[in-house]
Design a protein around this ligand. Sequence first.
Ligand SMILES: [Ca+2]
Ligand SMILES: [Ca+2]
Length: 324
Amino acid sequence: MTISTRTFIVVLVLAVAPARVALSQIPYACCFPDDTCQDIDSATCAADGGIMQGLALCGGTEACCGSTIGACYIADRVCCLANGDTPQGPGTACSAPEACCFGNNTCQMLDPLCCVDQGGTPQGPGSTCGGMEACCDSGNSSCYMADRTCCLANGDTPNGPGSVCTATAACCLSGTCEVLDPLCCLVRGGVPQAPGTTCGECGSCCLADKDCLDDIVNGTCAAVGGSFNGEGSICLGDSDGDGIDDQCENCIGVDDAIFGTFVCSETGLVCETDADCAPGETCKKACLGKIPTVSEWGLIVLSLLLLTAGKIYFGYHRRRLVGA
Ligand SMILES: [Ca+2]
Ligand SMILES: [Ca+2]
């Protein structure tokens, strides 16, 4: 080491030493346990129970969001950062917690600033979380679980406390069929079919007891032993007042209890099921109302008698006139 080098080191040490003393005496940010800050020297800071924040100066009081608890508290900006939390900017203040919806449709009551800080969407002052329930998408009618408040915020339809999305099933919607969650089928004004039902033709179905049901898939109608009335068909009402819908009538205009029956398609013999008919035949509904009743037979016989009597009478008189 040369003399000139040693001299330089000595000079450097003599120059830095007073500077280090001076640094410890210059006021810098000191954070206290209550998250307040004072620009003071390190000795005073330590004596007052604070912690120096390096060469920073106090930043001013503002809202600070806790990175772990999502809560909002007031702190000096420097102290907020020292806690590992997120300062919200000059002039910000904490507000009452409100509903905060996240991308996964869960909800937490959070300060609105801290809600945004955590990637959520605050729902406005006074809003509250509603609890998880089934939510029907207004676009494609799919069902997803969401907090009630978040479901509504999405513009979708919540299905009530305790509701859950279930397996999809066929849904009859005014003659058309879509596979939907049963709850979302109802939201659309449709009629959900039994779980697992696949789509087919939607229409009215006459049950064995002749009750008429609207919006039934043909497969379901057949499965319960009903008679499907065709795609888009609807129950028509009971025009003859015999308690049977016009779609399910054997005899429109007269009482089915008296005139309705079933006959084999070929032989015309009365039957109850296809098994009662010959192979290849079906047991189809028929109406015996077209057969004249006893009183109608009486009228026919009387008419024939009158006609015969008239013919005899006029025939006799014509012969007399001819003979005269
Ligand atoms: Ca009727
Ligand atoms: Ca009838």
